[in-house]
Ligand binder design. Structure first.
Ligand SMILES: Cc1cc2nc3c(=O)[nH]c(=O)nc-3n(C[C@H](O)[C@H](O)[C@H](O)COP(=O)(O)OP(=O)(O)OC[C@H]3O[C@@H](n4cnc5c(N)ncnc54)[C@H](O)[C@@H]3O)c2cc1C
Length: 525
């Protein structure tokens, strides 16, 4: 059944909520009947706000879902409420709804809006700001995770809760790739709605550039499709406008690409060569073909010392990559401590990039289902528009040394991820993703464990603040998918000149600002 006919879902669902409040669970047959017809004005109830929900109302909501509702009294609640970043363990939603159909999503939105309960959509739960949790209802779409591939059309339909590793696995089985990010447990919705940069980005674009259409449930519980012909402004906003702003996405249709041969490379240098490495890398990247994606890492690894590394992916064979590699290594002019260049299949390459090489796809998930752990971290991002000067590079290297000095047992530092290629050939106003003239994105992070002294965690936080003020250039912007609750000018940093249009789209699809969090798109600029 297609749940996206031109049906006024809000009127329909308001009727069911009222009946549900009186009689408990809503009968499935009523819902099915309603899906095929537009309710007459007489049966469509108004938007009367009900009182705050009591235990019976929550129970009725749970009973009305095809999926499951987890309440604080349920044994799994303590695990279900967690996000990826363990610094958000204090967040306790009133309930978590595991929606297994778009209808479930609509019921949850209707319940929350009619009862004035705060809500937040959740896909993979990796929001840097913890914005996929809420003191009210978390609308979790992780059960909407089916992936189907049309090899003739080179498209894939992906459920909004699919994890990246499962998407890569599913499209890879059809010899196709979807450009996306590295972390295997990130959810496709959060990634794609805010951009999505990964190792195939320069050749095939951002994940958001590959969206053909999105299906969403809007704040008035309507099913909406956004594509080039229908609601094109909403499609535009969903291509980089950031998750959690315009509705709950239930699925995406993406362009996928025939899989090229993939060559991975990693070069690790002595820390003393870090300035030369960064200097050479940025100039090399500026003239590299689209087939090369690369990043440059300058890290303090706690008690293991420093890491200075250049690595990446080339779409082609090692032999085809050889001259490019030689150009880089001769410009760095120092012998690497370790180097690796090798051909890989797509899935192995993505597993290596994801840091779960050697594990099965099933194990590349968070425990307890998989073998990966959550982590606690803070981050800040900026962009490099043009090659940095030697003094800027010296400051960056010094900053990593400072982190090691101030917080010797935390891990952290700076990662430069290449932009350019096809990413930069899209006009900055063609989609909501504005960052189209960048050489690289810089991300500063530090992470800690349960054993890290609180003084070092505080030192890491001071270090990030200092970088944001003294090293990063606020005029270059910040990446909205590395959403940063401490950023003051986030509107211009994430969205630049596209912010005004995002506000207009917000007014059209969420005039009551139901999808709201500290850095959500407002209804008034
Ligand atoms: C370890 C790690 C590695 C990363 N690597 C990369 C990378 O390589 N490249 C890159 O580009 N980014 C990367 N990111 C950043 C990542 O893209 C963002 O954190 C992204 O928002 C996470 O999406 P999610 O669905 O997992 O998170 P969530 O926390 O579930 O969602 C993020 C935001 O989107 C909203 N949202 C979630 N689901 C929906 C939905 N169905 N409809 C509408 N809104 C929704 C949430 O409310 C929240 O505001 C990484 C993050 C982490 C933690």
């Amino acid at each position: 059944m297609d749940p996206y006919p031109s049906l006024d879902r809000r009127g329909f669902l308001r009727t069911t909520v009222h009946i549900g409040a009186l009689a408990g669970a809503v009968a499935g047959s009523m819902l099915l009947g309603g899906c095929n017809s537009r309710p007459s004005p007489a049966t469509s109830t108004t938007t009367t706000t009900l009182g705050p929900p009591d235990a019976a109302d929550w129970k009725a909501l749970g009973a009305s879902l095809t999926g499951t509702l987890v309440l604080p009294t349920d044994p799994s609640y303590q695990l279900d409420r967690l996000l990826y970043n363990s610094k958000f363990t204090q967040l306790h939603p009133r309930a978590i709804a595991y929606c297994s159909t778009p209808d479930d999503v609509a019921r949850c939105i209707d319940f929350a809006t009619s009862r004035a309960v705060a809500l937040a959509p959740r896909s993979g739960g990796h929001s840097y700001g913890g914005y996929s949790s809420s003191p009210g209802l978390v609308i979790d779409v992780s059960q909407l995770s089916a992936v189907s591939v049309d090899t003739g059309a080179n498209t894939a339909v992906v459920g909004a809760g699919a994890r990246l590793i499962d998407v890569y696995d599913a499209v890879g089985r059809h010899d196709r790739l979807l450009p996306g990010g590295s972390c295997p447990t990130v959810g496709i919705a959060g990634l794609a709605l805010g951009g999505g940069l990964g190792v195939f980005g320069r050749k095939y674009g951002l994940t958001s550039d590959n969206i053909r259409s999105v299906r969403l449930v809007t704040s008035d519980a309507r099913f909406v499709t956004a594509d080039a012909a229908t609601n094109p402004d909403l499609l535009w906003a969903c291509q980089g406008g950031g998750g959690g702003n315009f509705g709950v996405a239930t699925s995406f249709e993406f362009n996928v690409h025939a899989m090229p041969q993939v060559t991975l490379f990693t070069l690790q240098y002595p820390w003393a060569a870090a300035p030369t490495m960064l200097e050479a890398w940025q100039h090399w990247l500026g003239t590299a073909p689209d087939e090369i994606w690369s990043n440059c890492l300058l890290l303090s690894q706690g008690t293991s010392g420093y890491l200075a590394q250049v690595g990446g992916v080339f779409c082609g064979s090692p032999a085809e990559f050889a001259s490019q590699l030689a150009a880089l290594t001769s410009a760095i002019a120092t012998a690497p401590l370790n180097s690796f260049v090798g051909s890989n299949d797509y899935i192995s390459a993505m597993e290596i990039e994801a840091g779960c090489s050697g594990l099965s796809i099933a194990s590349c998930h968070l425990a307890p289902e998989g073998q990966l752990s959550r982590s606690a971290y803070s981050a800040k991002s900026s962009y490099v528009n043009a090659p940095m000067t030697p003094s800027q590079i010296a400051l960056i290297v010094e900053a990593v040394v400072d982190l090691q000095d101030e917080a010797p047992t935390v891990g952290g530092g700076l990662a430069f991820d290449s932009y350019g290629g096809i990413i930069n050939r899209v006009a900055s106003d063609a989609t909501a993703f504005v960052h189209r003239d960048k050489l690289a994105c810089i991300q500063a992070t530090y992470s800690w464990s349960a054993y890290t002294p609180s003084s070092e965690i505080a030192a890491g936080e001071r270090w990030l603040t200092w970088l944001g003020t003294n090293v990063f250039d606020p005029q270059t912007g910040a990446y909205q998918n590395y959403i940063d609750p401490t950023l003051d000018n986030w509107q211009s940093a994430y969205y630049g000149a596209n912010f005004k249009k995002l506000v207009k789209v917000k007014r059209r699809y969420d005039a009551d600002d139901i999808f709201s969090f500290a850095q959500s798109i407002p209804t008034i600029a």
